[in-house]
Design a binder for this molecule. Structure first.
Ligand code: MAN
Length: 352
């Protein structure tokens, strides 16, 4: 299927071998799903780095954070109580675990293409028992002079939205879990609307409801309420199984434009877009019928988890939208779009 993305010829911009593991004994398995922001005139990525020990044929092993540091869990591949059918998650003795432990790493660039690790900036790791399986897929929103980081905080208690704030990327304040499990894909609008903060997020219910996008309001950016479901999965389409917001919505004359991911039952992740009312973002005005980006390149089709394009960060310059995205859950890539072209592909009817 044709899509609207102009992929950079330099893709993949980053591969696991490009960075050093955070600890001796671990390997970087995946670099993926970066948050993106501009700071001191440069483009920055907050890359998700997923690590685990080198795997042996006889055992599955992965790191966990505990109060005493990183511990390695090792399970025999033939263990009768092990279910290992998804490369990302396993079930052992009835409990779910992730196969890698993720932290977030800061990389910067003068041209938006060549990124290097910035010296003197910390890496961001899970900090407490709500983050013991790692922190993932961080969105960055700049409001006034404060950066709001919203990320997926994973632990045995579930998958939740954690928040940290910073002004200088050296000192961070933990704001704790702002939305409890099961929830992820939280993107805060970078401007208040009628004096209120707004955020998109994605609760999941296994038995009733679905993996739908919701919107919430807040008086201060930390306490969220008035939740409403605004975008649902669509039967038999590319986004039939789950949908989730990308980065902060883009303000256009026609409304707030959101790039989102959608997956089908075969776990193929594509990107689409929808448009929210400028004065009341809980009103969805339009949505793309077809995806605007589909995994088609080799680096998107095969990797740690193939057939995935997943974005949670971008840079806007006039009509040019550069999205940074995780490809096949293993590489960091970039692609450019025309915002006008995305707006023209929206359908103004039957949007949920
Ligand atoms: C989930 C998350 C993402 C990941 C996709 C595709 O939505 O774990 O981090 O990129 O699945 O595997």
């Amino acid at each position: 299927m044709k899509d609207l993305a102009k992929r950079l010829i330099q893709n993949p911009l980053l591969r696991p071998a490009d960075l050093k593991p955070s600890l001796t004994g671990l390997e970087i398995t995946c670099l993926l799903n970066p948050g993106v922001f501009t700071f001191e005139g440069r483009t920055w990525l907050l890359v998700r780095v997923a690590e685990r020990p080198a795997q042996q044929e006889t055992h599955i092993s992965f790191p966990l954070l505990s109060s005493t540091g990183i511990q390695i869990m090792e399970i025999e591949v033939n263990h009768p109580e092990l279910i290992a059918i998804d490369p990302r998650v396993i079930n052992y003795k009835g409990l779910d675990y992730l196969t890698t432990l993720s932290h977030l790493r800061l990389l910067c660039s003068d041209d938006g293409i060549n990124f290097h690790e910035a010296e003197g900036y910390p890496l961001l790791q899970g900090e407490n028992n709500q983050e013991s399986f790692g922190i993932e897929d961080c969105r960055v929103a700049l409001i006034d002079d404060l950066y709001y980081l919203t990320y997926t905080a994973v632990s045995e208690n579930g998958v939740a939205v954690g928040m940290r704030t910073t002004k200088d990327w050296k000192n961070f304040r933990s704001e704790g879990i702002i939305i409890p499990p099961h929830n992820k894909d939280c993107a805060i609008f970078e401007e208040k609307v009628n004096g209120k903060f707004y955020a998109l997020h994605r609760p999941s219910s296994v038995d009733l409801g679905g993996n739908f996008i919701w919107i919430a309001e807040s008086p201060d950016g930390f306490h969220w309420g008035k939740h409403q479901c605004i975008i649902k999965t669509r039967k038999d389409k590319w986004d039939s199984k789950r949908v989730g917001a990308g980065a902060a919505p883009i303000k256009t004359a026609k409304g707030w434009l959101e790039i989102y991911h959608g997956a089908n039952a075969e776990h193929r992740y594509c990107l689409g877009a929808f448009l929210m009312d400028l004065n009341d973002p809980s009103k969805v005005l339009a949505r793309t019928d077809d995806p605007i980006m589909v995994p088609t390149e080799d680096y998107e089709l095969s990797g740690f988890f193939g057939k995935v394009v997943f974005t949670n960060g971008h840079v806007v310059k006039g009509d040019e939208l550069t999205i940074y995205y995780g490809a096949a859950d293993e590489f960091v890539c970039a692609a450019q779009f025309s915002i006008e072209e995305i707006l023209s592909s929206l359908i103004y009817a039957d949007v949920t």
